[in-house]
Design a protein around this ligand. Structure first.
Ligand code: NDP
Length: 269
């Protein structure tokens, strides 16, 4: 039996049983931007729950291979897939390969993202487009390719990584906050459309998280940010990954929601 058939025969359209140690066994998950930071943690978390994880990246081939090696060393299954999620053709080709190699898709985590922070006065048209295309349009492209595969299973989970900045706004981030707020509107509308097919669509809104993105913030700005966070610390990537696992494994009756994992920096709803 080929790998694709083997995976297909082990999972059904019924929801995973969260009491099992590997509730996602037999399911396939794609994590965009899985080579570093939050995405790498999400990939490890879903693999630890039994999923076969496809770790997407655009530049970081070595880092992505490192994440796969960590997952395999822990007894899990994973592979890498290169693809620029801001390019429709790349995305279509990547999901085509997922279908060919695994025969199915069950969980899509839209995590890839970039920053091009500038005050609006200094922001170029290119800064705007790069962020909107990589952080928002990519979510549409990935869902466009993934939804037909999720429909085939009669079960699916889409989890979009937004940000508290999409809820609150932030200085120097008009492009980023527009993309992240856009994700929240997209999430709710797609959730309404797909609910009857047993596919949920949810978002996770992290606060500041200790990744390369956070390290790129100047130390004096970091200090000011820490003062603003009621918990006075940034999140560990694993704390965000556990929220993603929750939607994938336990959130059966939750759709169109956003889960705020932010140390209290934004408490609105
Ligand atoms: P990192 O900068 O650490 O990692 C970004 C990831 O996205 C990398 O894997 C990178 O791949 C990938 N990526 C970037 N552009 C593309 C592209 N065009 N196609 C495919 N993959 C791409 O980011 P974080 O882990 O910090 O952030 C992950 C997500 O969480 C983002 O959506 C971010 O906006 C969000 N977030 C982060 C917060 C934080 O404080 N860190 C706070 C709130 C939300 P490669 O290695 O190949 O470059």
């Amino acid at each position: 039996m080929g790998a694709a058939m083997e995976t297909k025969s082990r999972a059904s359209s019924t929801a995973p049983d969260p009491t099992q140690s590997k509730p996602l066994l037999g399911r396939v998950a794609v994590v965009t931007g899985g080579s570093r930071g939050i995405g790498a943690s999400i990939a490890r978390e879903l693999a630890a729950s039994g999923a076969t994880v496809v770790v997407n990246y655009v530049r970081g081939a070595e880092a992505a291979a490192g994440v796969v090696a960590q997952i395999e060393a822990a007894g899990g299954r994973a592979s890498t897939e290169a693809g620029d999620v801001s390019k429709a053709d790349d995305v279509e080709a990547m999901f085509g390969r997922v279908k060919e190699n695994h025969g199915r898709l069950d969980v899509l985590v839209n995590n890839a993202g970039i920053l091009r922070d500038k005050t609006f006065k200094k922001m170029s048209i290119t800064d705007w487009h790069e962020v909107i295309e990589t952080n928002l349009t990519s979510v549409m492209y990935c869902c466009h390719s993934a939804v037909p595969m999720l429909l085939e299973n009669g079960w699916g989970r889409i989890i979009n990584i937004s940000s508290f900045v999409g809820q609150l706004g932030n200085f120097g981030q008009t492009n980023y906050s527009a993309a992240k707020a856009g994700i929240l509107g997209f999430t709710k509308s797609l959730a309404i459309e797909l609910a009857r097919f047993n596919i949920t669509v949810n978002a996770v809104c992290p606060g500041f998280v200790e990744t390369e993105m956070w390290k790129s913030v100047p130390p004096n700005v970091q200090e000011k940010i820490l003062e603003r966070i009621p918990m006075h610390r940034v999140a560990k990537p694993e704390e965000i990954a556990r929220g993603v696992r929750f939607f994938a494994v336990e959130g059966d009756y939750m759709t169109g929601q956003s889960l705020n994992i932010n140390g209290g920096i934004y408490m609105g709803w």
